[in-house]
Design a protein around this ligand. Structure first.
Ligand code: ADP
Ligand code: MG
Length: 420
């Protein structure tokens, strides 16, 4: 393993599960009834397209939230929930019958309370009918790195609540559950995010990426075929924390809306049209009339949708054409450049990481992934070049920034499950 590279997560899942169950036993003097698990994600391509009605192409990764659960202890108030985060070494108590936002110090429990609230809002489950719960959770999804530890927490929570309510997996409408979890994050936590993270965490499939039409919520698993080609998916965490609910994200959303509104007027389309509804030619047709900033933002979104569909086409035919790998790499590169120059959501450290990757032998493609302003890059690397990649990128990044990049080699795994 190269420097900065973490232990492969797949070998640790069993160990984590055993440690979680043991911790649960020690704390609550009994074994959990079940454990729910839900993965984080990395988006291969299709960035900042989700709130524009466009396409995303994420992968559920073998980094997961594990949530061990049982009913309440005898004599507990009806609906009482005791929840313990092993990662925070904190326990918080709340009640399913009184789903209010937590005080700031207990903010992390809003993801859990919020999911109970949102499932009820959407009529999917009545938390008031649950007797209560004792929960212990643990996660190896890096937090605040753009790998969506929050959605993993939400989906693990939702599946746990269904299980507690005795609702079987086949009866669960996962797209609806993902939407409810998004509602929890938007309204209860107060983070303005699209549907991608919750959707992939709930619906991911092994060895595949999921093409999601974020407007219709139609989706399709596309086999990656990386193993057969000796390719690995690697995320590199810049160690520059992404600032999620700060102005940058909301501003980009507003600029995209402005561009869509402008074009809707010019082309006589409905007022609620989104950038998804316009072609690059139509955008070029308003160049000079639409203000330069929204113009650039729209150019990113419209070309990113096209790149995403192209990437899906190439993967879908299993890289069968001679030039497919090169084209795939070029799409990732163009996506990054578009985020850098048109959408302006990269930071110098991230640009450096991507540049270092592009200059490494055996790298098919690399780009920033996630919301931006820090976070991770995603890289497709030949397995044989992996050691040199992690060593060189880590060292050069350290030399230039003083920061310790973290490397994660991912497998694509299935979405949330209940582990009996
Ligand atoms: P990201 O989703 O990119 O990792 P977010 O800011 O959206 O970053 O979500 C991170 C938040 O999710 C944390 O600040 C915390 O509130 C909550 N969270 C994630 N993992 C855990 C955990 N293991 N225990 C408690 N809270 C967690
Ligand atoms: Mg998040």
């Amino acid at each position: 393993m190269g420097q900065g590279e973490e232990a492969p997560a797949q070998t640790t899942q069993e160990t984590r599960l055993a440690a979680l169950c043991q911790g649960f036993q020690e704390k609550f003097s009994q074994a959990p009834q079940f454990v729910s698990r839900a993965p984080g994600r990395v988006n291969l391509i299709g960035e900042h397209t989700d709130y524009n009605g466009g396409f995303v192409f994420p992968v559920a990764i073998n980094r997961t939230v594990l949530m061990a659960v049982t009913g309440p202890e005898e004599g507990a108030a009806p609906g009482q929930v005791r929840i313990f985060s092993k990662d925070y070494d904190r326990e918080v108590t709340f009640n399913f019958n009184n789903l209010e936002k937590a005080p700031e110090a207990e903010r992390w429990t809003n993801y859990v309370r919020g999911v109970a609230w949102a499932l009820s809002q959407r009529g999917l489950l009545d938390p008031g009918k649950l007797p209560g719960a004792r929960i212990m959770l643990e996660s190896d999804v890096p937090q605040g790195a753009g790998l969506s530890s929050s959605a993993a927490l939400e989906i693990a929570t939702a599946l746990a609540l269904f299980q507690l309510a005795g609702i079987s997996d086949v009866a669960i409408d996962r797209p609806k559950v993902a939407l409810a979890c998004q509602l929890a994050e938007n309204r209860f936590v107060g983070a303005n995010t699209g549907i991608m993270d919750q959707f992939i965490s709930a619906l991911g499939q092994p060895d595949s990426a999921l093409l999601i039409d974020t407007r219709s919520l139609e989706y399709r698993a596309v086999p990656l075929g990386f193993a057969g080609r000796g390719l690995k998916l690697v995320a590199v965490n810049s160690a520059v924390p992404h600032r999620h609910d700060t102005g940058g994200y909301n501003q980009r959303r507003a600029e995209c809306e402005e561009a869509a509104k402008f074009m809707a007027k010019v082309y006589g389309k409905p007022e609620d049209s989104q950038l998804r509804d316009f072609t690059l030619e139509q955008l070029l047709g308003v160049q000079g009339r639409l203000a330069p900033v929204p113009f650039k933002r729209a150019r990113h979104v419209i070309t990113e949708d096209a790149r995403t569909l192209k990437a899906v086409e190439i993967l879908g035919r299993g890289f069968s054409h001679e030039s497919d790998l090169t084209t795939f790499g070029r799409l990732l590169r163009e996506s990054h450049e578009s985020m850098r120059f048109d959408f302006e959501i990269t930071v110098p450290e991230i640009d450096l990481l991507v540049n270092l990757a592009w200059n490494q032998p055996g790298v098919i493609g690399a780009r920033m992934t996630g919301g931006g302003f820090g976070g991770c890059t995603v890289n497709v690397v030949e397995e044989t070049a992996l050691d040199a990649f992690s060593k060189n990128v880590w060292q050069k990044y350290r030399q230039e920034t003083g920061l310790d990049a973290k490397m994660y080699v991912f497998d694509a795994v299935e979405g949330g499950t209940i582990i009996a």
